[in-house]
Design a protein around this ligand. Structure first.
Ligand SMILES: Cc1cc2nc3c(=O)[nH]c(=O)nc-3n(C[C@H](O)[C@H](O)[C@H](O)COP(=O)(O)OP(=O)(O)OC[C@H]3O[C@@H](n4cnc5c(N)ncnc54)[C@H](O)[C@@H]3O)c2cc1C
Length: 287
């Protein structure tokens, strides 16, 4: 591996000062992506700044604003916290899918987001819960709707010296359910051929959908929302027929490539199947 300097600051202020230094400075949360990328010359770094020792970035809590997940909180901790608190089942499910138990113990949700892989498993769950990315740099802070955070495969809108501080998910309304499913050729330790997160809020007296959110992984250069399918569902009674139609429409938001994991057509079919299944799971959870 090429040489680089390594710093492990214990305060956010110190980390931001280090991130602002000249040259290629990269953040590290769990290191499960970045170390491999540095080793294989897919990224370079003069300085790596470890975020794990900054208390503020290792905090997960619910408060008036909703669920706050510090950028360095591991998938294991997010899984445990949301399993116990409830309210974000799609996130509970997706954090348990990242790699293996060992990977989940190191890998952070923040790193999954900043790595910006189109296949990242936690991102659709964050998108359907309308997460906001809170960032910080030496020159100030920003709040960016997560849907606007991705600029391409492996690319985010973060500027030089800017880090993700936390993601905040608003508290879901009552009568809301969510679910995440992905398809991989093996049972674990593989990258999603396609992934779908769905969230629905219904009026319990009529079963009419008040809010629908559907997000897709691995079928476009960035994670995407299936806006047309969401609009189709909202205001309609949720039935097997409307779920089927929403699943058909969701495919329109997928612009997949053909690669070693599957053809574009196969991925579109997976979007249809996984959208239908996640919406059905939401309905089971609301029953
Ligand atoms: C064996 C294996 C299996 C895997 N399986 C899956 C899987 O099933 N699903 C999946 O989605 N991923 C998977 N991954 C990828 C990886 O584990 C996840 O993307 C993980 O969530 C990354 O988190 P991390 O904390 O390790 O990130 P890191 O490696 O620390 O960082 C990832 C990127 O984000 C940047 N970064 C980190 N923190 C910040 C911050 N606070 N601000 C700004 N930038 C930051 C880094 O500079 C780097 O570019 C797997 C990886 C391995 C090695």
């Amino acid at each position: 591996m090429p040489n680089f300097d390594y710093e492990a600051p214990t305060s956010l202020a110190e980390a931001l000062e280090l991130m602002a230094r000249p040259g290629e400075v990269r953040a590290l949360s769990g290191g499960t992506d970045i170390i491999d990328q540095l080793k294989n010359n897919r990224r370079n770094a003069d300085l790596v700044v470890d975020m794990k020792r900054i208390p503020q970035l290792s905090l997960i809590e619910t408060n008036g604003a909703g669920l706050r997940i510090g950028a360095a909180v591991s998938c294991t901790e997010v899984h445990k916290f949301t399993s116990e608190s409830g309210g974000y089942p799609a996130l509970t499910e997706s954090t348990e899918l990242v790699g293996s138990v060992h990977i989940q113990n190191r890998a952070s949700v923040g790193g999954n987001v900043c790595n910006a892989a189109p296949s990242a498993d936690t991102i659709p769950s964050l998108l359907i819960h309308e997460a906001i990315a809170h960032t910080a740099s030496a020159s100030g802070e920003r709040e960016i709707p997560l849907i606007d955070f991705f600029a391409g495969p492996g690319q985010t809108v973060l500027e030089k010296g800017e880090i993700l501080k936390e993601v905040v998910l608003p508290t879901p309304s009552e009568n809301t359910a969510s679910a995440y499913l992905r398809f991989i050729p093996r049972n674990e330790m593989d990258i999603a051929v396609a992934g779908v997160g769905s969230l629905v809020e219904v009026d319990p007296s009529t079963n009419v959908v008040k809010k629908a959110r559907i997000a897709l992984a691995s079928v476009a250069p960035t994670p995407v929302r299936a806006y047309t399918a969401e609009e189709y569902l909202e205001g309609k009674e949720i039935t097997p027929e409307t779920i089927n139609e929403a699943a058909n429409i969701a495919v329109q938001s997928a612009v997949p490539i053909t690669d070693v994991r599957g053809s574009a057509e196969y991925r579109k079919e997976l979007v249809k199947v996984l959208t239908k299944r996640t919406l059905n799971i939401c309905m089971e959870r609301l029953a």
